[in-house]
Design a binder for this molecule. Structure first.
Ligand code: FES
Length: 264
């Protein structure tokens, strides 16, 4: 983990209010793992708390990290005004990331992303494909309407999109799409990695348990310090002895075993 100011290589608005920022950060690009976060700091002093943003991609050869974020407040609004050549203070990479080794003994890999949980699935698909080129990877992506991302997954995985209005060819949630797929598919050992809104993951939890699918959730939580010092990002988890433990999303997570997460 490191903190420094890094130059912005490019900034693109992918859809209204959704931006992709590419940073020149050679060391972080080497260290980055899918599911990890970086903290971005605003220039203005009245917005001291960093904004955690998950990694969309990392390119160790180019020395770049790519982030996708939505403008949801003053901090991200400020980031969206930055241009190529500007610098931004970044801490990272943070957190544990997805356990890629858990897929080694599986026959099929499911990635499920909703909303801003979709971007981290790209880096994950790319790394899983590099590790296990023979294993089929299915990516279930949930959109409100028209997909704003998807084609880029094609070299690494099969994308099965869904949307509230059916604009992508399937009307329903990512879980509905996964259910439809499983109704047709045969039985095999599967693992599921998910990131997205809490209701999506809350619905996946009993579904995966019933189907016997090992599940890993990347949680999004409001954060304070962003590096494990303030305990401002608690996640409730079931411990092995049945008690409830509090973990820090920014440092102990953001990825946790799906069966252990307690959604309140
Ligand atoms: Fe401070 Fe997680 S934000 S411990």
């Amino acid at each position: 983990m490191m903190t420094d100011r890094f130059p912005i290589v490019s900034q693109t608005e992918l859809a209204p209010g959704i931006f992709q920022m590419v940073l020149q950060t050679p060391q972080m690009a080497q260290e980055a793992r899918p599911g990890q976060l970086v903290d971005l700091y605003c220039a203005e002093k009245d917005k001291l708390l960093p904004r955690p943003i998950s990694l969309f991609d990392a390119d160790p050869e180019e020395g770049t990290l790519s982030l996708i974020y939505a403008v949801v407040g003053k901090g991200t609004e400020e980031f969206s005004t930055y241009d190529e050549g500007d610098t931004v203070r970044v801490t990272g990479p943070l957190g544990t990331g997805f356990p890629l080794d858990r897929a080694a003994d599986m026959n099929e890999i499911f990635l499920v992303g909703g909303g801003l949980g979709i971007p981290p699935m790209f880096f994950l698909a790319k790394c899983l494909h590099a590790l296990y080129p023979e294993k089929p990877i299915k990516v279930f992506l949930g959109f409100r309407s028209e997909p704003w991302i998807g084609d880029i997954f094609t070299p690494y995985a099969e994308v099965l999109p869904s949307s509230d209005d059916g604009a992508c060819g399937f009307k329903g949630t990512a879980l509905d799409r996964m259910t439809a797929y499983l109704n047709e598919a045969g039985a095999c050992a599967r693992i599921l990695y998910a990131c997205g809104p809490i209701p999506m993951m809350r619905a996946i939890q009993p579904f995966a348990e019933e189907k016997g699918i090992e599940t890993w959730f990347s949680l999004e939580e409001r954060m304070g310090c962003g590096f494990g010092a303030c305990y401002g990002c608690p996640a409730k988890l079931k411990a092995a002895d049945g008690t409830t433990v509090l973990k820090r999303v920014c440092k102990d997570g953001p990825v946790f075993p799906g069966k252990d997460v307690i959604f309140s």
